[in-house]
Design a protein around this ligand. Structure first.
Ligand code: FE2
Length: 301
């Protein structure tokens, strides 16, 4: 077994999206190779309706997939395939934009004025950029939750974990998307297949991710697979943790426990040409997408 080193930890940065929604962006619109096959991760947790009610009115997507995971509040959704619905706490929406989709996402929050959740963008390989658009709506009750002996809880949003399989399937990036809650002080080693690019996003409590290569830090345990394990700083709310290669990660929860997403996928390793909500392989394909939008031919069929 080899531990994935922590390559970087950084805080999500404030950003404005849609018609004026305040959110925090962990990554996106910078180096698309860094977390290939993932392009963007937004944390839209917000307790002030003035900062989210304007929402994300009708806009196009092409060449990507988006996954929205709601923790609190509701999001009304509509798209050019004719899907409409409302996402509530614990629900997941996976949208394959493929050749083109128009949609809107309008958050309404809950009685406490909270709108909490995350949106991840997964890239599509060239062979699937122009695939037919698809939409999957997954209710909270369909998502398996595993509770381990030490009280660790894992919601399997996408992919396979500890023998359970999440309800979203057929995603190009072959993602594993886990929502992991660790009780106070619990230390856990979690397998992540070697071929995957992986990151964690801490959103409650604090977590320390072991790093076999870090020269300094608090010594947690002397021998794990023959290597000294060091701990970098505890990562708190809104921290992105980017892992290097290996086949497992080790994490320890702080005194108030920790909750984080652990997301990984198979790199696509293709050129990226990116303009806003449209992500293709070449500039010519981007120009074509713009032309299709102007000509009213963006939506196929
Ligand atoms: Fe969108």
């Amino acid at each position: 077994m080899s531990l994935r080193p922590v390559m970087e930890t950084r805080k999500a940065a404030p950003a404005m999206e849609g018609a004026g929604v305040h959110l925090h962006r962990a990554f996106g619109f910078q180096d698309p190779t860094e977390l290939d096959p993932f392009l963007l991760f937004d944390d839209f947790r917000n307790d002030n309706p003035e900062h989210f009610l304007r929402g994300f009115p009708w806009h196009p997507h092409r060449g990507i997939e988006t996954i929205t995971y709601v923790l609190a509040g509701t999001v009304a959704h509509g798209d050019s395939l004719g899907n409409t619905g409302t996402l509530g706490a614990g629900d997941v929406q996976w949208m394959t934009a493929g050749s083109g989709i128009l949609h809107q996402e309008m958050p309404t929050g809950n009685a406490q004025g909270q709108m909490h959740g995350f949106q991840l963008w997964g890239n599509l390989p060239a062979s699937q950029k122009m695939t037919a658009p698809r939409y999957q709506d997954v209710g909270a009750q369909e998502i398996p939750e595993i509770v381990d002996d030490d009280g660790t809880r894992v919601r399997v949003i996408v992919g396979e974990f500890w023998g359970r399989t999440g309800p979203v399937d057929g995603i190009a990036a072959d993602p594993q998307y886990l929502d992991i809650s660790l009780p106070a002080g619990v230390r856990k080693t979690i397998p992540v297949d070697t071929y995957r690019r992986a990151f964690a996003y801490v959103f409650e409590g604090h977590a320390a991710f072991a790093d076999a290569s870090a020269p300094a830090g608090v010594l947690l345990e002397k021998e794990v697979a023959g290597e000294e394990i060091h701990i970098r700083d505890m990562s708190g709310n809104r921290t992105l943790v980017r892992f290097g290669t290996g086949d497992e990660i080790t994490v320890q929860a702080g005194p108030e426990g920790a909750r984080f997403l652990l997301i990984s996928g198979a790199p696509i390793a293709e050129p990226v040409a990116w303009h806003g909500p449209i992500v293709m392989n070449t500039q010519a394909e981007l120009m074509q997408a713009m032309k299709d939008l102007r000509d009213g031919t963006f939506i196929q069929g």
